[in-house]
Design a protein around this ligand. Structure first.
Ligand SMILES: [Zn+2]
Length: 409
């Protein structure tokens, strides 16, 4: 059964916008895209006219923690990343399971309403995956792995994660590994994750060079984070030698399967390592602002052709999970960035990071029918602006050919 979506503009992303465009869908896949008249001449099926709207590929949120959706008011920024992290760890212990489950649902809903159709979610509690109804969105459940302060060693943590993955299947999306950060995951755990990620061709995502305190700890062997972890009994022999990025490079973590979240504190050598290995960087504009981090290294990443995508991070460092807000924040920070460039970060580049360039982040034959639409009014005739500067929400969302919601009628 074919269905056809028509809109004032269709944004394929790998070719110019199509005015009076249409998309034909069979099952979960796009089978045709072009001018409305051409698509309708070649395909018959149910027609849904989205009117004066721009139709774009769904947004890809490349860094999120749905678990923390209800922790927004419980964690405050007081100027130290280590202190913020400890507040988060303490807050995590205060909530019963049902509140987490409700938070995950609430987070998924926020994401859907604001145009995300694919999310890379760091999951601290894998058991929750089987306790919620299967999400309509595509979720890459990247299982968080930490071997600091645990009775289990790196091999055991890795084995448990592998066992969980082997025993579960995700109907829409998939699994990934998420060794937490260079200060909470050992080199051995990183090495194992890197090996599994390459062997199974599934994503690995990690927090990297996020804070100055992390850089101070790993690279210089000083500072508040160093003091905390040293007192807490962490083996600090990996510190005061190389940067966090170089440490992960030594473990074989960097590469085309790796999504490095944040990457704020990079030396020129770090930048060239990210570039040479084809590592993807995930920038989280509003979280960056929450931590008062100044201008992000966007130009450096662009200049070195490091694939850069966007994420919301969590409600512990953000007031919402809204990729429109992330693009808009970046747009205000870099007024010369066009809406097309911003949308590319949130679609095409996220698809590249998941090594799903053919399936995601584009409207083209063979891609999954993951689509969103927003009104053209107020966009000054630019369909990219209609999406990027849509007011908080989109008016239509579809994932894998199934309508998530439709407020266009
Ligand atoms: Zn994070």
């Amino acid at each position: 059964m074919t269905s056809i979506l028509r809109a004032q503009y269709v944004l394929p992303m790998d070719q110019p916008p199509i005015e009076d465009g249409a998309v034909a869908i069979e099952g979960d896949t796009i089978v045709a895209v072009g001018k409305n008249a051409e698509v309708r001449a070649a395909h018959t099926g149910e027609i849904r006219d989205l009117g004066e709207r721009a139709l774009a590929p769904g947004l890809i949120n490349a860094h999120c923690h749905l678990d923390y959706t209800r922790l927004h008011d419980e964690v405050q920024w007081r100027g130290s990343f280590t202190e913020w992290l400890l507040q988060l760890v303490a807050a995590k212990k205060l909530h019963p399971e049902k509140e987490y489950l409700a938070g995950i649902q609430m987070g998924l809903d926020m994401l859907a309403r604001s145009g995300t159709t694919t999310v890379v979610n760091i999951e601290s509690f894998p058991r929750f995956i089987e306790q919620i109804p299967p999400p309509q969105l595509r979720v890459w459940w990247c299982l968080e792995m930490i071997d600091f302060n645990r009775s289990e060693g790196a091999r055991e943590v890795a084995a448990q994660t592998l066992e969980f993955i082997a025993g579960h299947s995700i109907p829409r999306g998939g699994f990934g590994f998420s060794p937490h950060a260079p200060y909470t995951a050992t080199a051995e755990l990183y090495r194992l994750c890197a090996q599994y990620s390459r062997g199974r061709n599934i994503p690995l995502t990690t927090h990297l060079a996020e804070s100055e305190e992390e850089d101070d700890m790993i690279r210089r062997g000083t500072g508040r984070m160093y003091d905390y972890f040293s007192r807490a009994g962490r083996d600090m022999s990996d510190c005061k030698r190389v940067s966090p990025t170089q440490l992960l490079a030594e473990c074989g973590v960097l590469g085309p399967n790796c999504l490095a979240a944040h990457a704020n504190y990079l030396t020129p050598l770090d930048v060239s390592l990210l570039k040479q290995t084809g590592t993807h960087v995930v920038h989280c504009p509003k979280t960056h602002r929450f931590f008062g981090r100044g201008s992000p290294s966007l130009h450096t990443w662009k200049e070195h052709r490091i694939n850069t995508c966007l994420g919301t991070d969590s409600m512990a460092s953000n007031d919402t999970l809204n990729m429109l807000g992330e693009m808009q924040t970046l747009g205000h920070m870099f007024p010369r960035m066009s809406a097309q460039e911003l949308l590319t970060l949130a679609t095409v580049n996220g698809a590249k990071a998941l090594n799903l360039r053919e399936k995601l982040g584009r409207i083209g034959v063979g891609a999954w029918a993951d689509l969103i639409a927003a009104p053209m009014d107020g966009a000054g005739g630019d369909p990219y602006e209609a999406i990027v500067y849509a007011d908080k929400q989109v008016s239509f969302s579809m994932v894998g050919g199934e309508v998530v919601f439709d407020e266009t009628q």
